[in-house]
Design a protein. Structure first.
Length: 207
């Protein structure tokens, strides 16, 4: 999993509430189990007509937000079905951080497992960052996970809370597999001991 420590990038304003996972990645794109290739279909039904033409008014179809790495959105982001393809699509598009007043629990947890930092902030702080995001390329936002701060283009800073364990995992790029591999030496020692004390479990004859 890609590490997340500090990110300075363009933030796209998406002032909508209840953005669900079907809006993020419609059901017809869920056939794949690969984490790549989904970014082109992020917000598919909002970005394109049924014929495949871009909808000019959608923010991610406009410069400079085509290069957005941060989303500033409304309440209850990621609600709906629990599809993990939603954070996959965000990450494949280039989104590493989503800022909103609240998130659906399953989506929130899936973000951390896929290298995306979801940040909960009070509505008034989200509104200020939304205004910053509307200013485009001249208003980049810096998200510093280590200090747990967001710095706007004018130098104003807000703090955010994050679970220490999830913070550790993001900074070190550890998903569930990575966390298991961290304990590789203990697993090896356990298996070696088991082969000695319980050889029948590995198909060996007892001595």
């Amino acid at each position: 999993m890609q590490k997340f420590s500090k990110l300075t990038g363009i933030a796209a304003p998406l002032p909508m509430i209840n953005i669900d996972t079907d809006m993020l990645i419609p059901k017809q794109f869920l056939k794949t189990i690969k984490r790549t290739g989904l970014g082109v279909h992020l917000f598919e039904e909002m970005r394109r007509t049924p014929e495949g033409a871009e909808i000019p008014g959608f923010v991610l179809n406009q410069e400079p937000w085509r290069q957005a790495e941060i989303l500033v959105a409304g309440d209850n982001f990621g609600c709906g079905s629990s599809r993990e393809h939603a954070p996959w699509a965000l990450l494949d598009f280039g989104i590493r951080c989503v800022i909103a007043p609240s998130f659906a629990d399953i989506f929130y947890n899936n973000c951390f497992k896929n290298g995306i930092l979801p940040i909960r902030l009070p509505q008034e702080q989200v509104d200020l960052l939304m205004d910053d995001a509307r200013r485009g390329a001249n208003a980049k936002i810096t998200v510093d996970l280590e200090s747990q701060t967001i710095t706007g283009p004018d130098g104003g800073t807000v703090s955010f809370e994050v679970d220490p364990f999830r913070k550790h995992c993001l900074i070190n790029g550890l998903d569930d597999i990575g966390l298991t591999l961290e304990k590789g030496s203990k697993i090896d020692a356990y298996e070696a001991d088991q082969r000695t004390t319980q050889p029948w479990l590995s198909g060996q004859a007892a001595g």
